[in-house]
Write a protein that binds this ligand. Structure first.
Ligand SMILES: Cc1cc2nc3c(=O)[nH]c(=O)nc-3n(C[C@H](O)[C@H](O)[C@H](O)COP(=O)(O)OP(=O)(O)OC[C@H]3O[C@@H](n4cnc5c(N)ncnc54)[C@H](O)[C@@H]3O)c2cc1C
Length: 396
């Protein structure tokens, strides 16, 4: 057999870029991840190299200075990066979603203004839907933009911004009350440029602090407070208010393929660690891999890794072909994140007591895997999307 998670039918360029990212992960990410994660240190040197490799512009069209690659290429790179350290893939995830939203929904002026600088990583994106009172129920957003002349005054509180402090461009979803009867048609996405850092970064916007998390460390996750922030009408993504919900849902749909790819990467690493340890550790006179219970556990892990990878590749290819992929992305994200938790847990068990030691990588993966069940919509939300799609297709 070949190694796990191989992808057939890739172009020469895709194969080349994946080999480059894989070598980078093995050389620069895996050897440094433990120390940076345990000290909760931002991986600046790694991020700088990712900029040089052009990863921030992977999916940005060539006319704006990016590499113009597909969602599949992006997802396969993310899988490799997450195999090294999930936080490193998190650095580019929100950036990629914001760049995608501008590419798909921005005005020509917004594309010209942001995409070339996003392609180099000079401008770095974060996206903000969640609030303290809501995450799954996006249409219930409370942060409010009130019309003032040609622009808006925004007040409210946002929660859980990945890259909230290190980013310089936030796409924020705000209630602007356009008089539409359906709540989600009263939401607008604003593009907000700010300097990186904490405190009152621009008048009316404060990034108070870095949230302390169980895992997914190194990368900053923050709140954001709006206090009479003055936004101009040309900060509205696409120029027309009331379209924010649809724009964000389009963004999180590709984001789901990305989270799925991250789950695949973490699961692959958990498997790699388990299959190595199982051949090194001996009990009762033989390597534990020779005990059938452990060998079967490896078989189950490998099957889950392979299944998750195939569904992720399928969801990415569907999107690249221009087909609607909400159900495929939902299924892929659901399966990959649940399997990732199971595979990580199985690898942890194979490590015995050492799995509980901070000296072993599996300890970090155990704290990272649960986030994948939550980010870009929980498993329950994925099941809602999947079941709606099923009942549309199989309607009597
Ligand atoms: C580390 C981290 C980084 C994040 N980064 C970002 C970011 O960059 N930008 C951003 O906007 N958000 C971000 N989030 C927020 C994330 O998207 C939300 O946490 C997630 O969508 C869940 O929302 P919630 O936490 O409010 O949970 P809730 O919506 O309150 O859900 C609580 C529980 O109820 C379940 N539930 C809710 N509604 C239903 C229903 N209708 N049917 C069945 N079950 C239901 C959920 O599945 C969950 O189990 C991040 C979160 C974390 C932890």
């Amino acid at each position: 057999m070949t190694r796990l998670a191989q992808t057939h039918g890739l172009t020469e360029f895709q194969t080349e870029i994946l080999a480059t990212v894989r070598a980078f992960v093995d050389k620069e990410v895996i050897p440094n991840a433990q120390e940076l994660e345990h000290s909760d240190t931002y991986p600046q040197a790694i991020v700088d190299q990712m900029k040089d490799m052009g990863l921030f512009g992977l999916m940005i069209p060539e006319e704006y200075g990016g590499l113009g690659e597909s969602l599949l290429t992006y997802a396969l790179c993310v899988e490799e990066l997450a195999r090294g350290w999930m936080s490193v893939s998190g650095v580019i995830n929100t950036h990629f979603i914001v760049a995608y939203m501008i590419r798909q929904h921005g005005t020509q002026a917004q594309k010209d203004h942001y995409l070339p600088r996003m392609a180099t990583g000079e401008v770095r994106g974060a996206f903000s839907m969640s609030e303290p009172e809501l995450g799954s129920d996006v249409a219930a957003i409370r942060t409010k933009g009130t019309r003032a002349g040609d622009g808006y005054v925004i007040n409210g509180q946002k929660m859980w911004l990945t890259n909230g402090a290190s980013s310089t461009l936030v796409a924020a979803l705000v209630r602007t009350d356009e008089g539409a009867s359906r709540p989600h048609q009263n939401l607008t996405t604003f593009l907000i440029e700010k300097p990186a850092g904490f405190g009152e970064v621009v008048p009316g916007i404060t990034i108070p602090r870095k949230l302390d998390k169980m895992g997914y460390k190194g990368i900053d996750t923050t709140e954001l407070f709006f206090d009479d922030y003055q936004a101009s009408a040309d900060q509205i993504l696409g120029g027309t208010p009331g379209r924010g919900f649809a724009q964000m849902m389009d963004g999180v749909e590709v984001g789901r393929v990305n989270v799925s790819a991250r789950a695949c990467g973490v699961a692959i690493r958990a498997f790699e660690l388990a299959v190595k340890y199982a051949q090194q550790r001996h009990t009762f006179g033989k390597a534990i891999a020779e005990h059938q219970a452990i060998a079967f556990s490896l078989a189950e892990m490998a099957t889950k890794v392979e299944a998750a990878h195939l569904m992720m590749v399928n969801a990415a290819r569907l999107k690249d072909s221009g087909e609607r992929n909400d159900v495929a992305a939902g299924m892929s994200k659901y399966l990959a994140s649940e399997y990732c938790s199971e595979v990580t847990q199985a690898s942890f068990r194979i490590h015995g007591g050492y799995g509980y030691s901070k000296e072993y990588e599996i300890e970090r993966l155990m704290r990272e895997a649960p986030f994948l069940l939550i980010g870009e919509g929980t498993s329950e939300i994925q099941k809602t999307i999947i079941s709606k799609g099923l009942l549309r297709t199989y309607k009597l």
